[in-house]
Design a binder for this molecule. Structure first.
Ligand SMILES: *[C@@H]1O[C@H](CO)[C@@H](O)[C@H](O)[C@H]1NC(C)=O
Ligand SMILES: *[C@@H]1O[C@H](CO)[C@@H](O)[C@H](O)[C@H]1NC(C)=O
Length: 365
């Protein structure tokens, strides 16, 4: 009897040590962007698959350098947090500012970041928008800084942003707003050297690495491609390579990086319906297609575990995309590599929450 008590103590001590050793230092991030233009009502989001939901997008006013919300968005944005937390009380919400709208918006971010007073307009108004609309954080989507000057100014912007949210938290007595950014996931998209990695590591809570759109049907119209492969034995660019560069070259800890998951794919028209694998000859690239629309085609689905991608085909229609298999495998790889989590762009494109659920289950607790 005495022995079994000692054994019990030994076992529980061992369990404690194991827990200390294996408990990750940060809670996982299971993120998703809701895009207001997608038409999905916030009340129809299933927040149970997510820890963080990003509300996209607030705008940068080029005249005042303030963060604004379109009047058509204001009612859904102002109730975003409340609506989602009614279903999942622990979900964190962030207001995303900017977006991938091309060089004109990038130029406006560049101009705003150039001077201390315009940075202050941006920063102060962003905090004001977050607080007055009940968001718990802010997400900078400047796509993309593209010069050494931008790099310096991006660094000043996020440093001053962090100081401002820390100060605001002391004054308001509220928890500081989270700060994040959506960043390019590969030199294939834009040169990563124009991001100030150390300042990102020091001032942002986490970073959404957009490790997708690496091989699109617009970019490669004559050969079918895996648009967002985890691995790439044929070439340099892959999701894994992108997050490694963010860590090793730019110096951001892996446990601040979220892996981007595209909830859409790309369509090609095959030259020969019998040549229907990866890197098959194509007549034409036909652009991006939502996951839910790809599923409606009822095509034959293939999982390629080398690249970690799915593709499917029907006749000469061919889609490279992520289905539940590649989403799950990428999420498992991201977790094993030591990333803090993942995020999806964007959640309305999912089909009955299949990808959202697959990602969440693959990560586990
Ligand atoms: C950028 O600013 C210019 C004015 O300087 C404006 O005309 C343009 O619409 C802005 N672009 C975006 C995407 O907001
Ligand atoms: C890469 O990430 C690891 C784990 O978070 C971190 O310890 C390491 O310092 C990072 N590498 C660099 C060069 O910052």
């Amino acid at each position: 009897m005495a022995n079994s008590k000692n054994n019990l103590i030994l076992v529980s001590t061992l369990l404690m040590l194991l827990q200390l050793h294996f408990t990750p230092s940060k809670a996982a991030i299971k993120g998703g962007y809701w895009y207001s233009e997608s038409g999905l009502a916030v009340s129809n989001i299933n927040p149970s698959h997510f820890t963080h939901l990003f509300c996209a997008f607030a705008h940068l006013d080029p005249n005042t350098n303030k963060v604004t919300i379109s009047s058509s968005d204001s009612s859904q944005f102002s109730t975003f947090t409340q609506t989602l937390q009614a279903k999942n009380p622990s979900v964190k919400t962030l207001l995303s500012i900017g977006g991938g709208f091309g060089p004109s918006l990038a130029a406006n971010f560049s101009r705003m970041a150039r001077q201390a007073n315009t940075r202050k307009s941006f920063i102060d108004s962003s905090i004001q928008q977050a607080r007055s609309n009940n968001f718990l954080g802010l997400d900078l989507d400047w796509e993309y800084p593209s010069s050494d000057t931008d790099k310096t100014n991006f660094a000043s912007l996020i440093k001053e942003w962090k100081e401002a949210v820390t100060k605001e938290s002391r004054t308001s007595g509220k928890a500081p707003l989270f700060l994040s950014a959506a960043v390019a996931g590969s030199d294939q998209i834009t040169p990563l050297k124009y991001y100030p990695g150390k300042d990102v590591a020091n001032n942002l809570d986490f970073v959404n690495v957009m490790a997708y759109d690496l091989f699109t049907s617009e970019g490669y119209p004559t050969v079918t491609q895996p648009p967002a492969p985890w691995n790439n034995p044929r070439g340099q660019f892959s999701a894994e390579q992108g997050v490694t560069e963010w860590n090793k070259t730019l110096g951001v800890p892996l446990n601040k990086l979220n892996l981007g998951l595209p909830f859409y794919g790309y369509k090609w028209s095959l030259s020969d319906s019998n040549k229907n694998g990866l890197f098959a000859p194509a007549k034409q690239g036909l652009g991006a297609v939502k996951y839910k629309d790809i599923k409606n085609v009822a095509a034959q689905v293939v999982f390629d575990s080398t690249y970690v991608t799915n593709y499917c085909f029907k006749g000469t229609d061919w889609f490279g995309y992520d289905d539940t298999q590649s989403i799950s495998a990428k999420v498992v790889n991201a977790k094993q590599k030591g990333l803090v989590g993942y995020f999806a762009w964007h959640i309305e494109q999912d089909s009955n929450w299949a990808l959202s659920q697959a990602a969440s289950q693959a990560w586990g607790m």
